[in-house]
Design a protein around this ligand. Structure first.
Ligand code: ZN
Length: 478
């Protein structure tokens, strides 16, 4: 399998501050790989941090495999009112995933080993929503590192591209400034730049990642290979506020304003913002189940929380006084801390399943620590308690991963492979037909069919005398 060291860049997006002031009116740096390290991630973020928990009705749409032989994880946000934007992201995600899965199934030569699409909110305030999707790996022509920003204009009720931030009458001046910002950079040459900037329609296809810095500058990122040698990585040009403001479109000015001074809550004019009820079941004290005396099983649910399904799952568990272990993904925890809190309140255990579901064995120790620490901090912020367990995505763990964290790794003894098929009764049967005492069962609460399988599992196994305990409880009493 070809390893791809591009993955680490994923960890850092939105947390790199690489531009410096420059008297010429633009400043430029490349996101060289040396700088793109989690160790450097303590530098100030160029954009304000958005708290996704404040976005009413937000749903994170995620879909992951849990197998190293075809490792993929995708996510994008669906925000009420911005349906057109969610549709655009869905299309992008599904196309890339289809190509990847096909090459994976065929064992094709350009199979990239892993596909990871994660999301980051840039602005979610007033009538402006901005999101960046970051793709790493993949297969075929779309493989490698790719970032794209999506914008939604709640006032006009339309989806906008990155280039829509700039007024069409000012594009010549804008492009000239970008070009001069790139001139003389390592990995670029005058011919390549002239060529890239002469072909306007091709150039528009490359100008897909733009976002405002906290002080109102416009940060334009060219994906690898767009304007220079692919091996040189991404090129970033930041045009200072004073330079870029006259060139912005009316929407661009509003996006800039909401980036610099967010006005408060996001309002895209949605007629309905579904906010699913959060179960309030509260466990009565510590679990005193003695797994030496009775039959125990630890149900585990990965990849959530999911706004659509996790609440329902908690309701099912409460009906049987069952405790479970949730291996949560950080980018979902920050979107729905109230669900993670409900898991803990119900006596279930909350574990760490990384920030964005990469194969940790392809990362450096620093990058592994970043993925896990950021998620543990989100879990602690939600529940008041830091996790002690982590489940490596795809079950992929090696000595580098183990030594990069104090969390204890947890795999499983019974794999339902529920992510492969949308069939609740098949999921239920895969547990009921194979379960044995002290099993750790792997399921995923981002799939409606997996959650729908749970009542039958609880009913049948309860009748067989099983008790449903957390992983830590199982370990402590065995
Ligand atoms: Zn997973």
């Amino acid at each position: 399998m070809r390893t791809h060291r591009l993955l680490p860049s994923l960890l850092l997006l939105g947390s790199l501050a690489m531009t410096t002031a420059c008297s010429s009116g633009s400043s430029v740096t490349a996101s060289g790989t040396a700088a793109a390290r989690p160790g450097a991630s303590t530098t100030a973020s160029p954009a304000r941090t958005v708290d996704p928990a404040k976005i009413k009705g937000l749903q994170i749409v995620s879909d992951n495999s849990e197998s190293t032989s075809c490792a993929w994880a995708t996510s994008y946000p669906d925000v009420p009112g911005a349906t057109a934007m969610a549709d655009a992201m869905k299309k992008d995600v599904q196309e890339r995933l289809a190509i990847f899965r096909e090459s994976c199934d065929n064992g094709s030569a350009d199979f990239g080993g892993e596909l990871n699409i994660s999301h980051q909110f840039l602005v979610a305030s007033g009538d402006v929503l901005g999101v960046r999707l970051t793709t790493l790996g993949g297969a075929g022509a779309g493989s490698g590192l790719g970032r794209r920003t999506y914008w939604y204009d709640g006032r006009a009720g339309v989806s906008r591209t990155a280039l829509d931030l700039v007024d069409s009458g000012s594009q010549d001046a804008f492009l000239a400034a970008l070009k001069s910002g790139l001139e003389g950079r390592e990995g670029t040459d005058p011919d390549t730049l002239a060529q890239a900037f002469d072909d306007r329609s091709a150039l528009a296809g490359e100008l897909v990642d733009m976002a405002f810095t906290a002080d109102g500058g416009l940060r334009v990122t060219f994906n690898p290979g767009a304007v220079g040698a692919g091996a040189a990585g991404s090129y970033v040009v930041t045009l200072p506020r004073a330079t870029v403001t006259p060139w912005l479109s009316a929407f661009g000015k509003r996006a800039q304003e909401q980036s610099v001074s967010p006005s408060g809550s996001l309002d895209l004019g949605a007629t309905a913002t579904p906010t699913p009820a959060v179960p309030t079941h509260t466990a009565s004290g510590d679990d005193d189940t003695d797994c030496e005396q009775v039959k125990c099983v630890a149900l585990t649910f990965d990849d959530g929380p999911s706004a659509a399904y996790t609440g329902t799952l908690l309701t099912y568990l409460a009906q049987y006084d069952a405790r479970a272990t949730f291996f949560t993904v950080g980018q979902n925890v920050v979107a729905h801390p109230e669900l993670v809190r409900a898991e803990a309140r119900a006596g279930s255990e909350v574990g760490n399943h990384s920030w964005s579901h990469p194969d940790l064995t392809k990362l450096t120790a620093e990058e592994v620590a970043y993925q896990l620490n950021r998620t543990s901090a989100a879990i602690k912020a939600a529940t008041g308690q830091a996790p002690t367990l982590f489940r490596p995505p795809y079950g992929a763990v090696d000595s580098t991963v183990r030594h990069a964290t104090r969390l204890s790794p947890v795999l499983w003894t019974l794999d339902t492979e529920d992510w492969k098929y949308p069939d609740a009764s098949k999921v239920a049967q895969s547990v009921i037909s194979k379960v044995k005492r002290n099993d750790v069962v792997l399921m995923h609460d981002i799939h409606p069919t997996s959650v729908a399988a749970v009542p039958q599992i609880l009913r049948t196994l309860s009748a067989q005398g099983y008790h449903f305990v957390t992983v830590s409880h199982l370990r402590a009493t065995m």
